[in-house]
Design a protein around this ligand. Structure first.
Ligand code: SF4
Length: 701
């Protein structure tokens, strides 16, 4: 049977897939050997995509309810669109543009992100447009911008084949980015004595199995570890002074800061031995090519931006950037979290990595959109959690949720549910129903999903891949971009949203990236159909760019990267007598986000049917808990009940729970019953990796 090339709709690795369609349905998925990101590889989630697409809970038709206590009833599209347009218009008229908000997703295509952001910021004049990428990579994005002058991971996956030392910090790559991890494993297997792997994680995961040095640090102490390593490198003369002099500013302030982190003090702060910190530093400092990989373990912290800065400081101080195998490389969680950042899909951004606070940038975007000067508001909008907090206070009255499930994925579920109950208007656009979020909807709009629509996504290595439409959407489901443009037209903006195709939307957006760090003005659907390309690609002839900053020039005013001195800070909620353990949350390999998709794949569900809490042996003994017991994990905000795995593979004083299960699958299965809404002041990313909890055995689930 013929196969069509596309992209995996799950994680930010961005694996190329070959999809076989039979009788209008996806029948088989395999890796695409021609895709440069994955070279034919794929993981179980992609293999088991077919059963997740045409399920009994696909949302097939628009629904409305007229009162909160009324049931949702099926309505024609025209009525649903008219209702959304009228009610948004009424709320803006009564309370102003800041009373409406959009909460979108890294699962949207670049074109969908772009049109939704254009409607919100350029026509409804609300900068309250944020996405679940805020939970994922906001700290890395803000950190890159602060140090390098622009967002954008500088590396490529091919750097994995060239690096001789890997520092994996705050990333369980084996579970969360499996295909990239397999590449790393191949690199290590090919030269076990020449390639060193350091893994910093309170848990011993399969990622740590590959490590020559596993640093089971205290949750949240990454800055102390990284500053301690940099202290050792400075002491041992392992800095690249030429690079520092030629390409950076601010080293003096960092030098003064790291003076306070001798390995003995860093050891106290991290709970590691001083010898281990010295060993990690020397391995990194003696590397010819050092690559640091990180993801949510760094970013989901109240100092996630500072943790990113500490990583970037380490690379700048050693000149480990801009060369094959060298660089700081953040891994995105979602397939198009990068595209979201590029299109300005966060409350402080405009398309093309432009800051909303920059008057010249606003003027460029206003001209491109054909709106009056001064239309785009200068203040950043509300970030993810702030949207929901605004709903609880009445400052935000309406929220339009696209393709995501915040009632399961955001921290502090009680707060999110209260927000959705108190909202005047909740619009939810999703492929599935019911989810934890759709049950709060006043208007429910059926969205097409992969591969029922076409568009483009950008993976962690800045590579854009075209995703063709392979099957028709079921029922009356429509592509997200079409839903948005229909609402725009109903609100009187038809002339500005009269697109005939996703390709047209792409062209409009790509033109807006010209001259920007993420320049893909040389790309089009036609070109990407032939081959995925890494940005920047500023002309149709440009081959794309594997690596940024190879010339040592950064997109700052003086062309130099900026060192940022950063200090250790404890998590917002520390263990105490009442709540003596720290809970950290994360993914498991077989599942994706809130299980709307992977929960439908029998093979994946069978392998990981329920959440399991990991508890250290000593903590279990103290609590009288045996392996396999059901335990109640309680925080100041709520409870989780699950079976436990007693293990020495997690640091004493720390326990772990996966976040995939929402309350819809069992009220007490949700890890976000426990998590808290503390966040980084710069990136506004929530601290999902550390909250104080206590354990007790329960007789049964
Ligand atoms: Fe999809 Fe990520 Fe698995 Fe690749 S590693 S197949 S992108 S889920």
């Amino acid at each position: 049977m013929p196969e069509t090339a596309t992209l995996c709709p799950y994680c930010g690795v961005g694996c190329g897939l070959l999809v076989e369609v039979r009788e209008g349905r996806v029948a088989r998925v395999r890796g695409d050997p021609a895709h440069p990101s994955s070279l034919g590889d794929l993981c179980a989630k992609a293999v088991h995509l077919p059963p997740t697409l045409r399920t009994d809970d696909r949302l097939l038709y628009p629904h409305l309810r007229t009162r909160r206590d009324a049931a949702l009833s099926r309505v024609p599209w025209d009525l649903a669109i008219r209702t959304v347009a009228d009610r948004l218009g009424e709320i803006v008229a009564a309370h102003g543009p800041k009373a409406i908000a959009f909460y979108a997703s890294g699962q949207l295509t670049t074109e969908e992100y772009y049109v939704a952001g254009k409607l919100a910021k350029g026509f409804l004049r609300s900068n309250n447009f944020d996405t679940n990428s805020r939970l994922c990579m906001a700290s890395a994005a803000v950190g890159y911008t602060r140090t390098f002058g622009a967002d954008g991971p500088p590396c490529s996956y091919e750097d994995v084949d060239a690096a001789d030392v890997f520092l994996l910090i705050g990333t369980n790559t084996a579970d969360c980015h499996p295909v990239l991890f397999k590449r790393l494993r191949r690199r290590k297997a090919a030269a076990p004595d020449d390639v060193g792997v350091i893994v910093a994680d309170p848990r011993w995961t399969e990622t740590a199995d590959l490590a020559d040095l596993h640093l089971a640090l205290r949750p949240g102490s990454d800055v102390a570890l990284l500053n301690g390593m940099l202290h050792v490198l400075a002491r041992e003369g392992l800095l690249d002074r030429d690079f520092i002099t030629a390409h950076t500013t601010g080293w003096g302030a960092v030098e003064r800061e790291i003076a306070a982190y001798p390995p003995e003090r860093a050891a106290i702060l991290t709970g590691l031995s001083a010898e281990a910190i010295v060993a990690a530093a020397l391995a990194f400092g003696r590397a010819r090519r050092a690559l640091t990989l990180w993801s949510m373990g760094v970013n989901q912290s109240r100092i996630g931006t500072d943790k990113t800065a500490a990583i970037l400081n380490l690379h700048l101080a050693t000149g480990q950037i801009g060369r094959a195998g060298a660089g700081p490389f953040s891994l995105t969680g979602q397939p198009n979290a990068m595209g979201g950042r590029e299109t300005g899909g966060l409350a402080h951004l405009l398309p093309g990595y432009r800051s909303i606070g920059d008057a010249a940038a606003r003027a460029v975007v206003e001209r491109h959109w054909g709106v009056e000067p001064g239309t785009i508001q200068p203040e950043p909008g509300r970030a993810a959690l702030e949207i929901f907090e605004g709903l609880t206070t009445g400052e935000v009255r309406a929220v339009w949720i696209l393709c995501t499930n915040p009632a399961a994925s955001l921290p502090d579920t009680d707060l999110v549910e209260r927000a959705l109950r108190q909202a005047d208007l909740v619009i939810v656009q999703d492929a599935y129903h019911p989810t934890e979020t759709t049950r709060f909807a006043d208007v429910l709009l059926p969205a097409a999903q992969w591969p029922e629509k076409d568009g483009v996504m950008t993976s962690s290595e800045r590579r854009l891949t075209y995703l063709p439409r392979l099957v028709p959407p079921p029922g009356e489901a429509l592509p997200d971009a079409e839903i948005v443009t229909r609402v725009a037209a109903a609100m009187g903006f038809k002339a500005w949203f009269a697109y005939e195709s996703a390709a047209e939307i792409f062209d409009e957006f790509a033109a807006l990236t010209a001259g920007r760090p993420c320049d893909y003005s040389g790309l089009s659907h036609a070109r990407l159909r032939a081959r995925p390309v890494q940005w920047p690609a500023p002309t149709p002839e440009h081959p794309g760019t594997a690596r940024l900053y190879g010339d040592g020039v950064f997109p700052t005013a003086d062309g130099r990267a900026r060192f940022v001195p950063v200090a250790h800070a404890e998590p917002a909620e520390l263990p105490d007598r009442a709540f003596p353990l720290t809970l950290t949350t994360g993914r498991v390999r077989d599942h994706w986000h809130t299980l709307t998709r992977t929960g439908q794949a029998p093979a994946l569900r069978a392998r990981t049917p329920e959440p399991i809490v990991e508890v250290n042996v000593a903590d279990a003994q103290r609590a009288g808990i045996q392996d396999g017991d059901f335990v109640e994990v309680a925080s100041r905000r709520g409870k989780l009940i699950a079976q436990c795995r007693v293990t020495s593979a997690i640091r004493e004083g720390v326990c772990f729970a996966p976040f995939h299960w929402g309350r819809g699958l069992g009220f007490y299965k949700s890890a976000n019953n426990l998590t808290l809404s503390a966040r980084d002041p710069l990136s506004r990313q929530p601290e999902l990796k550390a909250c104080a909890v206590r354990l007790r055995r329960v007789e049964s689930p």
